[in-house]
Design a protein around this ligand. Sequence first.
Ligand code: E4P
Length: 216
Amino acid sequence: MKFFIDTADINEIREAASWGLVDGVTTNPSLIAKTRRPYADVLREICATVDGPVSAEVVATEAAAMLEEGERLARLHPNIVVKCPLIIEGLKAARALSNRGIKVNVTLVFSPLQGLAAAKCGATYLSPFVGRLDDTGHDGIAMVEQLVRILRNYGYPTQVLVASIRTPTHLLRAAEMGAHVATIPFGVMRQILHHPLTDSGLEKFLADWRATKQKI
Ligand code: E4P
């Protein structure tokens, strides 16, 4: 499973990358806005930090303008993946960008059939929003399971990129189902590495070792 980090904060990206866990990055307009820096500068810096796919979202809502923005974003760096929202205009732009050889991440996917439509439009990734679906009383992870099954049924090359992950359990369930990629917030990435038994086990090993007064 590939791990992307879901942030535009360069310090978080650098830190998680130093753990060896970052295969790519996803951003969205809200995450970029939080940095209070110019969109292109943030994206260029991320691309210089991580050698993997970096999703950058268009903000137009009409296909021709999305296509123009997508082409501009793709020119920033060869690793840029253009994110288009799953609206009809977004699917038209996704198809046009894919036809031009630009990788597309279709975002804001909230149902398996929306996901199937994104795959049919040539998306490289489709992003189901698990946490936001859970917030509405639906089961986000169940949607991921359906999406993975549907793509497998027909052999689509599109990868399921599980987004809006809020807890380690979301990640665990997505991995169990064979989702291709998870985009993980920095806090959750750190959470999955900690276990109290690891900490207490290490403490005991080190105490026992110190008692021997040896050196390696
Ligand atoms: C990433 O591609 C998505 O934009 C992001 O995971 C959304 O997460 P949120 O629902 O926590 O904002």
